[in-house]
Design a protein around this ligand. Sequence first.
Ligand code: HEC
Ligand code: HEC
Length: 273
Amino acid sequence: MKVQPAAAMFFAVIAASASGGVEAHAQPGGQPAEAAAPLQVAVPGEEFLPAAVRAKQQDDFDNPAFPFVQAGEAAWAKAEGEKGKACKDCHGAPPEQRVTSAVVSYPSYARDAKQILTLPARINFCRKHALRAPELAEGSDQMMAMTAYLRWAVRGRAPTADVSGPAEAVLEKGKELYFKKIGQLQYSCADCHNQNFGQKFGGETLSQGHAVAYPVFSLGQKRMISLDERFRMCNRLARAEPQAEGSPDYIALELYLNWRSKDLPVTAPGVRP
Ligand code: HEC
Ligand code: HEC
């Protein structure tokens, strides 16, 4: 890997504080970025967590994200908006197979919206057009509740990225972005998550950066964190410009992550330190 002086120092720091456990799978250099840093085996993020955090995630009664799941379930059945309709009126309660199949494949191309939608964008599309209800803000308790509920409903199922049609080019773009060095520190996502997973970084252990646990509850921040917010946190670590929710780059990255973690079951809603 070609590293700038600042980056070399950064990785020296994380290497020096590495505490054994999972080994980083650094690849020999001299090859194109992607070939030099493929992910050999997909390891879920939970493997890199302290045991107590992992246990919290697995126990619905102890998982601090679970009240959001319950609020989402209630909202699913509640009539809202000018049309006085509830999600369940069109999609069944609990959500029918059709919905759950879509949830594991999002972001994907939606024929009615004529664009690629993430799950929050899909929820807002239906609120706006099917319910005539106000859209939900990113990171709002209501949006966190609905995404947590729908992702919880597909727990244990593997993501099935639909990369046909217009999604194909978006997947390629996502892959490119994942290996692109960005920000003042010139780190790519792959520098941290493909080449240095298992290493200590600050107080945390770098995982492979899968999205299957999202949205998650952060114990440190005592609130839910969306995937886009995690992307922004990662951008800041590279001292790169964070982007707004639903930016084309974030949609492409999310689609790529969904494709990349197709062997890992959804574990949402996750719990993180
Ligand atoms: C009036 C009927 C209607 C209501 C009410 C409705 N939707 Fe939808 N929803 C649709 C249609 C139509 C699609 C697109 C199906 C397709 O592309 O084949 C869809 C698709 C979806 C999908 C993706 C699954 C799929 O089949 O593509 C999700 C997730 C979803 N809606 C969530 C919601 C949520 C959350 C609510 C409540 C806030 C809601 N919907 C309310 C009509 C509705
Ligand atoms: C400077 C190192 C660094 C870079 C670069 C970086 N991340 Fe991260 N990322 C982290 C840290 C630290 C965490 C929290 C611990 C963990 O799960 O790795 C994290 C977590 C994540 C998670 C959540 C994993 C989980 O299971 O909770 C995802 C998804 C993610 N990153 C995606 C990305 C993407 C996409 C990029 C490129 C845009 C990126 N990261 C770039 C350091 C980085």
